[in-house]
Write a protein that binds this ligand. Structure first.
Ligand SMILES: [Zn+2]
Ligand SMILES: [Zn+2]
Length: 761
């Protein structure tokens, strides 16, 4: 037996996740003396004692860290013994610039939930209950290191009982920074339209009564305000939709638990895990027929976006034993007007939501950083991120190669940005569409905060090559002396999926980047691109044949125009029996014909998203959209359970051209012919999805040399039916297929690719 002292430097997500208490307990159990403290790179541990016990300690550190910790590395060295028998948790050193990995917000854990419902517990009905394993993090941290004094809890002094739990290594709340109770923590209050306020439990019951009576309640959550109403109340939902000027865009539904989720939607095991996990995103799941959810929640949509209550306040809103009954499903939509950033301060909520809400459920714990709910789909048991925000941000994404300090500003739609240094990238929360001043200003403050939180001081700025993007303009305005590097949109998509799979870029991948819109270097609107790419560059191997995008955005909002454009390009007549022809008023038809033949007010586009729009219109599913991708989403919805039979639609592929040109004309002709033969839209939709998947497999196989790795990326691959068909087809042919798991396939994931390409030089 030899006494020695060891220093272990632990890097990773180890602050705000109960890591120091875990180290303390482990060391004390093994009879080791020493200390643990946070520093700018993670945690620094010193342990002294028997060398075998120190060995045990290191094994437990690596194998059994707390559930929320992510250990990236442990560096150890022996240092001189100092003696002593105590193990101490030191305060964070706060001398130098913060560089650490902050934790995302974590949903209320099962133990806290049980205490909240237990009349004998001193935190019975406490709206801010939390512990080392759960509670707000990212949204209440002003700066790092993560200590109570640098959070929104700084102004709440712990009472004697909370202080005792906080200081007791055996307690679940040992060193939990936001710990509090009804005696010392924040308080809720309800405010009605006339400004009358009711505090505490009575206020909460007033809010519940408002919901039960069909009113719209603004609720202060973890990352911002929600607007809530009874999801089963057709009138209440319609009224909320009208006030929010929301069109047909689906609302998310919150349920108290998995049991209620299963009453309204098909929840398989994989979806159940995500619905009840620590992140609690909105999960898109098939709606059950006859579910007691108003049709106006998600019109024309076969799916429901469902999340389970994640904040202690949400649980109280659904009620605990002894409360009057209330709604069991609540619409929970971001507290904002369509397109604006989410409200997160009380003043904003009272002002901006004054015409939207009938009452406000507020509290006095500040939200320091706005953060929207995340959205995921589960495809073949695997999470497909649609929006990566609360619960995920700011968890870093490990990079395959080290980068200099870099800022990538992302794209203009569904914006997220990212900073990186060495082998970490930190993606921001969801910022939104960069089309108004409020969002630009939200971008600016989120960027400032993420730099403060990560300590990255970017020396390089990367942006999309679109000359008209507001994000690109922001980069140029704010770069100062730093270089601004621009990256082609679809190249960034392919690089994003490569990076999240840890590819170092030594080998090229064949990337299918299918989306709605991205700027092409030839000035066309790209979006149906097959790129042979690494981080340094790409070769455009194939593209969807250009068709005119007549009148720009107006053809995006009216899919019938895209159908007419595609029919025209395919040489198919605009016969009156076709739904999009009927949907196009005669005068508009005439103007459109003029634009198509002369090319005036038209840009060529190879967009796959627009082809899905055109087919959706052609089969009579959707002629005019109220939100992005609505036509394609509804086409997928009707197609996914249909049997396309043996009939095959085939694209014409002209490989003599460089790049190869994919012509959809034969597919469109076959669709028109099937329509006239009385084949149902569901079957045609299924055949179309299969045709696109088979096209992907054929193009991959036609490459010489045959590539090993195929990347599927771009917003079109949010389509679960297409993703499944394409992936299965490629895997059957022996390809390695990489798809998105950590960042969205849509433009919300593009900043990650920009980081990689912008530094590949
Ligand atoms: Zn807890
Ligand atoms: Zn207390």
């Amino acid at each position: 037996m030899t006494r020695c002292r060891l220093e272990a430097r632990v890097a990773g997500v180890v602050q705000g996740v109960g890591f120091r208490p875990f180290v303390y307990t482990t060391a004390v159990t093994l009879g080791l003396a020493g200390s643990v403290r946070n520093d700018t790179s993670g945690a620094v541990i010193e342990v002294e004692g028997d060398d075998r016990d120190i060995g045990d300690f290191l094994t437990r550190l690596a194998d059994r860290p707390p559930p929320l910790a992510v250990i990236e590395s442990i560096e150890t060295r022996y240092i001189p013994v100092t003696g002593g028998t105590e193990f101490t948790i030191s305060d964070s050193s706060r001398s130098d610039g913060a560089r650490t990995l902050a934790s995302p917000d974590v949903a209320m854990c099962a133990e806290c939930a049980a205490e909240q419902r237990d009349p004998a517990n001193r935190r019975y009905r406490h709206a801010f209950i939390n512990c080392t394993n759960c509670g707000p993090r990212f949204t209440i941290i002003a700066s790092l290191p993560y200590d109570r004094s640098s959070t929104a809890m700084a102004g709440f002094a712990m009472c004697v009982d909370c202080a005792r739990e906080y200081a007791d290594p055996a307690d679940r709340r040992f060193h939990a920074q936001p710990v509090c109770c009804p005696n010392c923590g924040p308080t809720v209050r309800y405010r009605d339209r006339d400004g009358r306020e009711t505090e505490g439990g009575a206020g909460l019951q007033a809010a519940r009564l408002l919901l039960r009576n069909g009113g719209v309640l603004a609720v202060k959550g973890i990352g911002g305000y929600h607007l809530a109403c009874d999801a089963a109340d057709e009138q209440a939902v319609a009224e909320l939709r009208r006030r929010k000027r929301r069109g047909d865009k689906p609302f998310a539904v919150m349920v108290p638990d998995l049991g209620v989720a299963r009453v309204i939607a098909v929840v398989d095991d994989a979806s159940a895990r995500v619905l009840s996990g620590p992140q609690r995103p909105i999960v898109l799941v098939p709606r059950l027929p006859g579910a007691t959810v108003a049709d106006a929640v998600a019109p024309h949509n076969p799916d429901l976006g469902v999340m389970t209550a994640y904040a202690p306040l949400h649980a109280l809103l659904f009620g605990v034993a002894g409360d009057e009954p209330g709604p069991t499903t609540l619409v929970m939509t971001s507290g904002n007007l369509g397109g604006e950033p989410i409200c997160f301060t009380d003043d904003e909520a009272l002002d901006r939501l004054s015409r939207l809400a009938d009452g406000w459920l507020m509290h006095n714990r500040d939200i320091l950083v706005p953060c929207d709910d995340s959205v995921v789909r589960v495809v073949d048991g695997v999470e497909l991120p649609i929006r990566r925000s609360r619960g995920y941000a700011p968890l870093p994404v490990a990079l395959p190669v080290g980068l200099p300090p870099t800022l990538a500003v992302g794209a203009d739609l569904k914006n997220t940005f990212a900073v990186a240094e060495r082998k970490y990238a930190w993606l921001s929360q969801h910022i939104g569409d960069m089309d108004d001043l409020a969002t630009l200003s939200a971008f600016g403050s989120a960027e400032h905060h993420l730099e403060a939180l990560t300590g990255v001081a970017p020396e390089v700025v990367v942006a999309d090559s679109h000359p008209g993007y507001r994000s690109t303009a922001w980069a140029h305005r704010n770069a100062g002396d730093r270089p601004v590097r621009t990256v082609q949109h679809h190249h960034a998509h392919v690089a994003a999926v490569m990076a999240e799979h840890g590819l170092d870029g030594a080998k090229q991948v064949l990337g299918f980047a299918f989306d709605g819109t991205g700027y092409g270097p030839d000035g066309a609107v790209w979006g149906g691109e097959v790129l042979l790419a690494d981080y340094k560059g790409y070769q455009r191997r194939a593209q969807l044949k250009y068709v005119p995008l007549a009148g720009g955005d107006v053809s995006v909002l009216r899919p019938y125009r895209m159908a007419l454009s595609h029919l025209w390009a395919a040489g198919l007549p605009w016969d009156d029996d076709l739904p999009p022809v009927r949907a196009c008023p005669p005068r508009e038809r005439k103007a459109l014909a003029h634009q198509l033949t002369t090319g005036v007010c038209s840009v060529p586009t190879s967009s796959m998203g627009r082809l899905f729009d055109a087919v959706s219109a052609l089969v009579g599913v959707r002629q005019v959209v109220a939100y992005e991708a609505q036509a394609a989403i509804e086409l997928e919805g009707i197609s996914r359970d249909a049997d396309g039979g043996t009939t095959r639609y085939e694209f014409a592929v002209d490989a003599s051209a460089a790049p190869t040109v994919i012509n959809p004309a034969p597919v469109l002709a076959a669709i028109v012919s099937d329509m006239r033969a009385g084949i149902r839209a569901t079957v045609i939709g299924a055949r179309f999805h299969r045709a696109v998947a088979e096209l992907i497999v054929d193009l991959a196989g036609a490459e010489d040399p045959v590539p090993q790795t195929i990347a599927l990326t771009g917003g079109v691959f949010q389509n679960a039916l297409l993703l499944r068909l394409a992936r299965n087809g490629l895997v059957a042919k022996g390809f390695d297929v990489i798809t998105h798991r950590h960042v969205p396939p849509n433009d919300g994931g593009i900043a990650l690719g920009q980081l990689m390409v912008g530094n590949a030089g």
